[in-house]
Design a protein around this ligand. Sequence first.
Ligand code: HEC
Length: 279
Amino acid sequence: MNRLSLSVLSIIAICLGLVSTSLADPQQDLAAYQQYFKKKFPTLSPVDLSNGMYNFNDDKRAQWESIMEFPPYEIAVDKGEALFNKPFKNGKTYASCFEKGGIGIAHTYPRFDTKRGKVVTLAASLNECRKAGGEEPLTYLKGDMAAILAYMAHTSRGKPISVKVPNNKAALAAYKDGKRIYFTRRGPRAFACYHCHWEAAGQKIRGNELSPAVGQVSHFPSYRSKWGGMGTIQRRYKGCMKNIGAKPLKEQTEAMNNLEYFHTFLSNGIPMNAPGTRF
Ligand code: HEC
């Protein structure tokens, strides 16, 4: 082979390498991150991981299991189903806005909408659907919204979470922004999500065992005793931001949605187990 064709070959090889690494970033992250937790908690299966803090405290585990005999989220699932099927002013229902009539799709959200160039959460899609049906939007963190999300998540139970990051610049940028937010220190003590749910996962902080980042989204929305009701994942994010003395990001903003996108992607492959119950 002459010199020229060798260098042409190596240029092609370099280009291919660059393309594949830049496009494969999220997949490589995912493998490395999930491997990190597998190594940290070798006895916990991916399904165990989604039981969060109850992996690390037998008393709390027993208490939680007894609550789960009559799961407090069941009322919300029934209410959510009724709301889901209630016709809008224009006669249509939520089913008209989603593929498969919205059944068994919750585990594929949030999605990156390439046409609009942004992350779209399931909650936002529900409100868009309401708007198209001539209805007022629902508030995002609890109440009817959490109930409808609980019902939809219930129809995805057992399906592996599968959030996609399409191969385009805007989607990768949204993913990277969510990742940046996850690792950003905030509040007076400069805590990032990462410090508690990654580095210190399994350890105790002010009486609470810290759940690992991977698996956290699988049971949201959740019923929380502290809330006395249901809440969405973004309600939980806001709670953690408040607890560390930081100004919480506003729900359904680009930043919050990118955070949800990255954070949900981390749990890809883990079976959906929502809605859940937490203290
Ligand atoms: C100072 C430590 C700390 C920081 C920083 C922190 N959290 Fe938490 N978080 C907790 C504690 C304590 C709990 C309750 C115990 C548990 O489930 O881990 C919790 C619970 C959660 C849960 C619910 C888990 C479940 O299984 O129900 C989610 C989701 C969550 N945090 C996400 C975040 C995100 C996203 C950030 C960054 C914006 C963050 N947390 C920052 C301490 C922290």
